[in-house]
Design a binder for this molecule. Sequence first.
Ligand code: FAD
Length: 242
Amino acid sequence: MTYPRRTARPPLQARVRDVRDVTASMRQIDLAGPEVPRLRFRPGAHLVVRVPAEDGEARRVYSVWRHDPAGSLLSLRIALHDAGGPGCAWARKVAPGDRVTLEPPRSKITLAGSAAFHLFAGDETGAVPLLAMRGALPRSAPALGVFEAPAPADEMPGADGVPALPWVHRGGASAVGSRVLLRAVADLELPPGAGVAYVAGESDTCRLVQRLLIEKRGFARRAVHTQPQWTPGRPGFGAGGD
Ligand SMILES: Cc1cc2nc3c(=O)[nH]c(=O)nc-3n(C[C@H](O)[C@H](O)[C@H](O)COP(=O)(O)OP(=O)(O)OC[C@H]3O[C@@H](n4cnc5c(N)ncnc54)[C@H](O)[C@@H]3O)c2cc1C
């Protein structure tokens, strides 16, 4: 079998160890496998999961929420969105014991080496890599930010022992180019100094928040790191060769 250039490293085999709901619309899937302890990647990394699809198999991208080499465990958190797709369908019905094929983790967004402060902003899908990154920061590092979800029941909990960041709610409003998140980022009180920002989630929202941070909140262009994760009408976003 041949794979596209970016997936040339051999896939990994894993089994589902546990599945649980972490919010009303997000499911955590814990995967275990012999290669899991040897994986090396930075906080915020993502991987491709090969999920069942009508025509056989589809590739869908998910961030690594937690990596526990000692326990041979890798956890994903997957949003159960209304549009539905093979990734979402897999997350809804996957069960402990199921086999899963993964492609090795890669990084797009990750923590900057040093900054006066770290700002995190995103929707519920962006919260997965961003809260994983936030959890990897030293406790003394100044961190702030805001996340957006439909309702309080959709607020994803962060890593154990890490102070929470606030959430805002879009209710029935669109998550695409989200005005709710944009307003919340515009209202954030920023500490002094040169900060670094990390923005992830719906693609238009990422672009608008990036522009706001640069044009209105004084961030240097190179200090705003974005990771667009989905956009309407683009199945398999980011799985093709990002
Ligand atoms: C680097 C990276 C990291 C990612 N990390 C995560 C993660 O940790 N957790 C996570 O849940 N997602 C994450 N995503 C997003 C995920 O890969 C996509 O949402 C994926 O398209 C979902 O696959 P699907 O098969 O369910 O839907 P698809 O078949 O891809 O899409 C079907 C339809 O659903 C729409 N759609 C897709 N996602 C959403 C959504 N969230 N809300 C509303 N409509 C949507 C699409 O635009 C399309 O119209 C990440 C994406 C990237 C690129």
